[in-house]
Design a protein around this ligand. Structure first.
Ligand code: NAD
Length: 372
């Protein structure tokens, strides 16, 4: 019996619908082959939802997101909505979705494909074979802590205030996600903070350490976040999984993903807590935005969306082997020299969004046939 799951697709704006169309093709293929029984519901988000419903995400979409096994998002935003009040902007729809679904763990892999090794600004020998996963705490820390604001002081100066705040439960839940992911990967977890100068960092280190005995197969290390930023450039392959707070994670995950050199290739996942019935809210999306400059021209690279779907298959849809096959298919397509414009290189063949999706499916068919 093929695995039965409910997927909510919110394609969004700009290149969102184009790249999600390629994901839909893979879903249809898996359903057609009897490898899955995915029920897809589609809803607008961002500017598309604003135009259709007057809000960047509706309550009905949020409820659907909570009851689905996962949400697959394209991208939101576009210049036509830039003049609108911040609370109604397309990006607010995405932020609200993350908040309502309580997606506290943001997963950003940095994976270097051999065929794209020259796209990185780092030397090939430093990044060849790189495969890191950064787990960033997404709903706490200095971006949300109180007090916050810009205050007038009695001496006439102004003071900007943000507060870094973490509780043990906030640290434990994201650390457990990271430990569990490390168990499924290289069994190494590096926790990053600034325990040398911040109390919140000291607490973070103590609390993460307390959990280590629950995961005896994972080797836990600690690193100051500034050193981690340096080590990511010096010797990135020393890392397997990195777990860190919201602020440091924001910076370190951007740094790590750029080691791979190509925005159109970067997937991400955001996960919530698993409830007593085993349900976990989850949102999968490319790291890139809606790229209005190339929208509607069959130029967008769909790989980030396709690789995000592979993450969904692994973490939410119970089909990790198909996830492996899709990633291998993506690698094979690049090895053939097929490229969208953003990753085009000398000697390669430039193709469009839909051709790239077709090429991945063709390779997927070959991988599945070989595995049968
Ligand atoms: P962007 O990621 O959309 O584009 C940056 C550059 O990268 C552009 O030149 C674009 O053409 C290119 N690019 C991005 N994705 C690509 C792909 N898959 N294939 C080929 N080229 C690609 O970032 P931006 O220009 O800063 O923002 C554009 C809009 O997207 C804004 O409205 C912004 O708010 C929004 N945005 C949304 C998200 C999201 O939905 N998660 C993230 C970032 C930006």
């Amino acid at each position: 019996m093929a695995i039965e799951k409910n997927i909510l697709i919110t394609a969004g704006d700009g290149i969102g619908p184009e790249v999600m169309n390629e994901v839909q093709k893979i879903i249809s293929f898996l359903n057609h082959e009897g490898l899955a029984n995915f029920h897809v519901t589609e809803r607008p988000i961002g500017g598309a939802s604003l135009d259709a419903h007057g809000v960047p995400v509706t309550d009905e979409t949020l409820e659907l997101g909570k009851s689905s096994d996962c949400v697959l998002l394209g991208a939101v935003g576009g210049t036509q909505w830039d003049h609108i009040d911040f609370a109604l902007r397309p990006e607010a729809g995405l932020l609200k979705t993350r908040k309502e679904l309580d997606l506290f763990a943001n997963l950003r892999p940095a994976l270097v494909f051999d065929a794209l090794i020259d796209a990185s600004t780092l030397k090939p020998e430093i990044i060849r074979g790189l495969d890191i996963l950064i787990v960033r705490e997404l709903t706490g820390g200095v971006y949300f802590g109180e007090p916050r604001g810009i205050f007038d002081l009695p001496n006439g100066e102004r003071q900007g205030v943000n507060t870094q705040v973490y509780t043990t439960s906030e640290i434990h839940r994201v650390a457990r996600v990271a430990f569990e992911l490390a168990q499924k990967r290289g069994q190494k977890l590096c926790s990053c903070e600034k325990a040398n100068v911040m109390e919140s960092g000291k607490l973070w280190r103590e609390e993460v350490s307390k959990l280590a005995s629950d995961y005896p197969d994972v080797s836990l290390s600690h690193m100051y976040a500034d050193n981690c930023a340096m080590q990511l450039l010096k010797n990135p392959r020393q890392f397997d999984v990195i777990v860190t707070d919201n602020l440091f994670g924001d910076i370190l995950s951007d740094e790590a993903s750029m080691l791979t050199g190509s925005l159109g290739m970067l997937p991400s996942a955001s996960l919530g807590a698993r409830d007593a019935n085993g349900h976990q809210n989850a949102l999968y999306e490319p790291v890139h935005g809606s790229a209005p400059d190339i929208a509607g021209q069959n130029k967008a690279n769909p790989m980030a969306a396709i690789l995000s779907f592979a993450m969904a298959l692994r973490f939410s849809l119970d089909l990790p082997v198909i996830a492996d096959h899709i990633e291998a298919a993506a690698r094979a397509v690049l090895d053939q020299g097929l490229r969208t414009g953003d990753i085009m290189a000398e000697g390669c063949t430039q193709i469009g969004t839909s051709q790239m999706g077709d090429a991945v499916i063709d390779e997927l068919k070959i991988k599945l046939m070989k595995a049968a």
